[in-house]
Each structure stands twice: as C-alpha cells, then as structure tokens.
Write a protein that binds this ligand. Structure first.
Ligand SMILES: *Cc1c(COP(=O)(O)O)cnc(C)c1O
Length: 368
C-alpha cells in the first residue's frame, strides 16, 4: 500500500515557477531585495493588512531579529510546547526564557498564569499560536500594557489565520511568520516580521543586512538574513494558489473531524470562536485510547501512515535546557508532549487517504 507522508510541501505548477524566475537570467540580480522581493513584500502587505513588514531568509532569523531590534534584555515569558526555534531564539539573543504553562483547550499560553511569572527583569512575552490556534490576544495585551512588556508572537503556524476579522499579524508589537517548506505558505525557506511601530523598519533592515546604511556607512553590527529572489519568486507563485491550498486543507480537516470526533480516547480540536483557520495541522491528543500515543504512531507507520509527535520532546526537556528547567512545573505542556500527534494534512492529500487514516485509527482503537 502507498505510504502517506505526514507532510508534503505546497508547490505551484513547475512551469509557473520557471516562468517567474526567467527574468533573473536577464537581470542576474539574485538577492539583495530585488524585484521579486519587492513584489512579494507588496503582496504580503495587502494579504496581511499591514504596511509594516520585513521579510527574512527564514522564520528563526526573523524571530532573533525581532528580539534584537527591540533591544530586549533580561527575562522572556514563553511556553515550552513549541518548536526549538522559539526558545533557541530567546537564548541565542542572550535572554532568559521563563516557561509558562499552556491551556488544555488549545495548547496556547495560559494567560492566567503569566502574571505570576513576571519579575523586575521581565522584558517581553513570546507566546506561540500553536497549530494556528490563536492565543488569547486580548488578555495578553492587557497584561503587557499593565506591566510595560513587549509582545512578540511566534505566528509561524498562523499565516492566513484571522481573529475577529483581523489578521493574526496585527496583534502584539511584532508577529513572526515562517515560510518554511512545511508551512501552509512557503518560500522554500523564508519568514517575515509584521510590526506596529514603523520605526522598526530601519532597525530590522540593518539587522538583516549587516547594518549597512549606504555605500559609505555601516551603522550597526547587523547579521545577514535576507530573503533571496528565488525564495521570493516561490512565494509569489504559492501566494496565487494559497486560497485553493487552504480550501483543500479545510475540506480534509472537516472530514477528519467528522470521522474522529467521537472516537473514544482521541481528542480533536474545534476551530476556535471568532477565528478563520488556515487548517495548518490536524493535531490529536491520544488520551485513554486502546494504545499509547507512541504505540499508535508505530502501528500507523507499520501501515504506511506517517505521523509526527509535534511537539516532542518538550523544549524544557531538551539536553541543552533540562538542567535549568523542571518540566513538572508546566504539567499541561508536559501532558501535550506525551499525547499529541499530528496527522497528515496538506493540499495534495486525498480524501481517500484521510478515510484510510481514520479507519486505521478506529480499527486500532477497538483492538483491546
Ligand atoms: C517553523 C517554526 C519556526 C521557525 O521557522 P523557520 O522558518 O523554519 O526558521 C518557529 N516557530 C515555530 C512554532 C515553527 O513551527
């Protein structure tokens, strides 16, 4: 039987991409904010409903760039149930992560537990819109205003998500998007920051381009994190197809929901109130099922169905962090790391694949 991968990158038709990059052979201008970069940036401004956007070579460098441009120092409140990038960016910028637990309803930061973690050293909150589920942006804004903290959202999963009609990009001081090959919208590798304060544009430009002001002046110790023209061209093509990609994901997501909602021991996640989703992942929690999460993963794999323990291990349990943190202090996050599994979901997945996956899970659930 055919293997069903857990993820497949979205791609435009081959000729569409080659057509898009043809002019680069005439210009021989391959990077440094050329025509493709400028075009994609303009299109993203429209799509995300913001004038303030800076593109990067990947989401991780964008996140580091956000912390750098805001000149953050001290402690940052974040969650351990995320991809390595979130915490690594904080640490690599010389900051100290302070882990807050998540909510069992959606896996995002538990806003009720943030204030107890604030000290005089706290400078920012870095919440994650896990699986595209929106954090409680209103409560987080109230806390940040009260304590004068910056808010940088890790919105890597939330491109195309809206809350009360507003793009996920427009909450907090800065939101980071990832355009990695595995995300809903990709530029092969890529990322962007959307921010409220237009003064950040200059700073972010310096951060990603060596601090170069002009041919005669270098003004800050910037790094290199520019998006190149081939990445931007892929973005231009994929953006044309984004609505179809999301529509296809939506129909598969709804099919998963219909088939798995009532399976004993499998927890699914409804789309949140007031949220238009991008259907980026189909996560389940394996709790009280006939098999453990790891056994279910293994059994599905034996049938050619690939899944991902996303996220496992918990960041605070990584070899590089576990001496400094105690993951029993974030019990909900730890529980998610033990029970969460994401099922295949992408635009070229077929309805019959989803049926096969759901039938396999149901059959494994009734084995004992
Ligand atoms: C993908 C991802 C990132 C990093 O993005 P890259 O573009 O791969 O650097 C950061 N945070 C989360 C939650 C992600 O899923």
């Amino acid at each position: 039987m055919k293997t069903i991968p857990v993820i497949e990158s979205s791609l435009p038709p081959f000729e569409e991409y080659t057509e898009e990059i043809k002019c680069l052979w005439d210009s021989r201008f391959l990077t440094n904010m050329g025509i493709k970069h400028q075009t994609l940036e303009k299109q993203l401004k429209e799509y995300l409903g913001s004038d303030n956007i800076t593109m990067f070579t990947n989401g991780h460098m964008a996140l580091e760039g956000a912390l750098e441009a805001l000149d953050m120092k001290g402690e940052v409140i974040t969650t351990p149930f995320t991809f390595a990038s979130t915490t690594h960016a904080i640490v690599r910028k010389g900051l100290t992560p302070v882990f807050c637990d998540i909510k069992s309803s959606d896996g995002t930061i538990d806003e009720a537990k943030i204030e107890a973690l604030i000290t005089e050293k706290t400078c920012a909150i870095v919440p994650v819109h896990v699986y595209g589920h929106m954090c409680n942006v209103e409560a987080i804004e109230a806390i940040s205003k009260k304590h004068h903290l910056k808010v940088i959202y890790d919105a890597a999963h939330a491109f195309g998500v809206t809350y009360k009609g507003q793009s996920a990009a427009n909450f907090g001081d800065i939101s980071m998007f990832s355009f990695h090959a595995t995300k809903v919208f990709n530029t092969i590798e890529g990322g962007a920051l959307v921010y409220q304060d237009p003064a950040l544009e200059r700073k972010l430009y310096y951060v990603k381009n060596f601090g170069i002001k002009n041919q005669d002046e270098v003004v800050t110790v910037g790094g290199n994190a520019k998006m190149n023209e081939f990445q931007a061209a892929m973005g231009i093509c994929n953006l044309r197809h984004l609505n179809e990609f999301i529509a296809k994901r939506k129909s598969l997501y709804e099919s998963y929901m219909a088939q798995l909602q009532d399976v004993a021991g499998i927890t699914t996640f409804e789309i949140q109130q007031n949220v238009v989703s991008n259907y980026s992942y189909f996560p389940i929690l394996v709790e009280g099922f006939a098999l453990s999460r790891d056994e279910l993963k293994e059994q599905l794999e034996a049938q050619g169905i690939m899944t991902r323990k996303y996220f496992y291990p918990l960041v605070s349990d990584y070899a590089c962090y576990r001496d400094q943190y105690d993951s029993s202090k974030t019990p909900v996050a730890r529980h998610f790391a033990e029970c969460a599994l994401t099922l295949p979901l992408y635009d070229i997945l077929e309805q019959e694949d989803v049926d096969r996956i759901c039938n396999a899970i149901k059959a494994l659930g009734s084995t004992k």
